[in-house]
Each structure stands twice: as structure tokens, then as C-alpha cells.
Design a protein around this ligand. Structure first.
Ligand code: GDP
Length: 295
């Protein structure tokens, strides 16, 4: 992920470093290259426009141009802006202190990595001393509950399937199950479709009303390109969510969707998933990701 973007940005920075003193024209050329690199990485057009404008404004100051190491300052500015684009600081999963069980609901399109993310999150929370319960509320795809059951048994986390028919009832019953079995967190896996549809949205809203989640996390496939913007905006409007789990960051997509999602929704990326294994979910650090992209 981001390989081609990284190479292009490094090229631009190398050219700047080779120049010593920088002029306004040099900055303009560099900014044009950065704009092209981001657009080719499939970053949303408006996000690119704002990003380049703010980098340019900060670079075109006497403080930068007249400094002894202008190229280094430009790299630092782009790094800071990229970190800001990705959310600046780590955004923790907020668990309510006064509610047991806490409820975390996962939403997203089918294939985005929701079911595996539910298990990964359960694994991570179990490792922190919690006692999670996974609720299989994707009742439209029977294989989804089987998949969750398999993953649950691999990581030693119980999976509640209820009657396997009515997603809202399964979700509500999973809370009672958690109370009975002293599980302090319920992770609700919900149904997705290949594309947004009204029935999916209504069901997600109904589950939300029934279980009143403390956190709703949207699972977003980092391999998705520009389409990601419409998908996350629709989920934000209809269900609303508190943060994003960015999945499949280990893939070789151009990464533009991953770079756009925070700016487009204002919602933080809380976790990234870098593989299929249960331990491949990590807390997201914007600064580390920005450094990785800039190489
Ligand atoms: P769901 O339909 O949203 O529940 O998606 P799944 O959890 O079933 O995931 C769809 C596919 O993506 C499965 O084959 C997963 O193993 C795979 N997958 C999920 N997350 C990742 C990830 O972070 N990296 C990779 N490489 N594959 C993933």
C-alpha cells in the first residue's frame, strides 16, 4: 500500500534537496507534483486540493525559503499536513465506565472485512483483560455466522447466534446473554451488501436503536478507491459512526481511499487491519502512517 505514492513523493523531495536554495517557482513545481501523486493514488479531488493549498501556503513563507535547509522544511511541512489529514493523534476506543456490557457495533459493506474485524477486535480486547461476546447479527448471509463462530472458537471468544433469523432480535438477545455470562463487551457484527441499499441501512439503524451502542465503527476496505467517499458519507448520514477500522492495509492498492476518509467524514481512523490473522488489528497512529508514506 502507498508504494507508488511514496516513491513519487520521495522523487519530488530529492529534487528539492538537490537544489539547495529554493524559489517560489521550485515550490510551485513541487506542489504540482505532490498534487499529481495524490490524485494518481486515488485521493479524493477536494481533499487533494485543500491539502496542497495548505502545504503551499506554509511552504511559501520567508521563514522556509530563506532558511538554511529549505528542502528539509518543505518535507517537514508535508509530513505535518499529512499527519493532520490522517487525524493528528491516536483516537482511542472509548468504553463507557458506567455501562456493562459496553456495546460496539460494526457496520460496512459486505466484503469490507467486518466479520474478521469483529473477531480481531474481540481478540485485542480479550488481550487487554476484557471478556467480549461476539454477536452474529449478519443474518442475511448464514455463512457469516458460521465464519464468526469459527473465528470465535479460534480465539476463544464466545459467539452468540440467537435464532439466526431476525438481526435486531439477535442483537437485543446478545446483550442479555452478555449480562448472564458476565461478558463486559458485546461486539455486534451486522450485515453488509455489496453496495449500499435501503434495507441494509434500515436494519443497521434498527439494531442501533435496539442496542444503543457505545461505539459504532465503520469497517472500510482500504483497497476501495474514490467510491469510498460516497459509501462513508452515506453511512455517516444514515447510521452515523464514531470511527473507522481501515482493513486490508496490507494490500497493494494505491491507498487514496484510506487517505481521504478522515477528511471526508471528520471521523477518526481508530484501527487498521494489516492481514487476515486475529492479531493483525492495530491501533492507528496518524504520525507513524504519515512517516511511512513519506518514507
Ligand atoms: P465482511 O463481509 O465485511 O464480513 O468481510 P469478511 O470479514 O468476511 O472479509 C472479507 C475477506 O477479506 C476475507 O477473505 C478476509 O479474510 C479478508 N480480509 C479481511 N481483513 C483483511 C485484511 O486486513 N487484510 C487482508 N489481506 N485480508 C483481509
Amino acid at each position: 500500500m502507498f508504494n507508488s505514492l511514496s516513491e513519487r513523493l520521495q522523487d519530488t523531495f530529492d529534487k528539492l534537496r538537490g537544489k539547495g536554495k529554493l524559489t517560489e517557482a521550485d515550490i510551485n513545481v513541487a506542489m504540482r507534483e505532490i498534487r499529481m501523486a495524490l490524485l494518481e493514488a486515488d485521493v479524493n479531488f477536494r481533499v487533494v486540493k485543500d491539502f496542497v493549498a495548505s502545504c503551499k501556503e506554509k511552504c511559501l513563507t520567508a521563514e522556509v525559503l530563506d532558511s538554511l535547509t529549505p528542502a528539509q522544511n518543505v518535507v517537514r511541512i508535508v509530513l505535518d499536513q499529512l499527519t493532520e489529514l490522517l487525524g493528528t493523534t491516536e483516537s482511542k476506543l472509548v468504553l463507557a465506565q458506567n455501562r456493562t456490557p459496553n456495546v460496539i457495533m460494526l457496520v460496512g459493506l459486505q466484503g469490507s472485512g467486518k466479520t474478521t474485524a469483529a473477531a480481531k477486535l474481540a481478540y485485542l480486547l480479550k488481550g487487554q483483560g476484557h471478556s467480549p461476546l461476539l454477536a452474529a447479527c449478519d443474518t442475511h448471509r448464514p455463512a457469516a455466522a458460521d465464519q464468526l463462530a469459527t473465528l470465535g472458537s479460534e480465539i476463544g471468544v464466545p459467539v452468540f447466534r440467537g435464532d439466526g433469523k431476525d438481526a435486531v432480535k439477535v442483537a437485543s438477545a446478545s446483550i442479555r446473554e452478555a449480562v448472564d455470562h458476565l461478558n463486559d463487551i458485546v461486539i455486534v457484527d451486522t450485515a453488509g451488501r455489496l453496495q449500499i441499499d435501503e434495507e441494509m441501512m434500515q436494519e443497521a439503524v434498527a439494531i442501533k436503536q435496539a442496542v444503543k451502542p457505545d461505539q459504532i465503527l465503520m469497517v472500510v476496505d482500504a483497497m476501495t478507491g474514490q467510491d469510498i467517499v460516497n459509501v462513508v458519507q452515506t453511512f455517516a448520514e444514515r447510521v452515523d459512526f464514531d470511527g473507522v477500522i481501515m482493513s486490508k492495509l496490507d494490500g497493494d492498492a494505491r491507498g487514496g481511499g484510506a487517505l481521504s476518509v478522515r477528511a471526508v467524514t471528520g471521523k477518526p481512523i481508530k484501527f487498521v487491519s494489516m492481514g487476515e490473522k486475529p492479531d493483525s488489528l492495530e491501533v492507528f497512529h496518524p504520525d507513524r502512517m504519515a512517516k511511512r508514506i513519506l518514507g
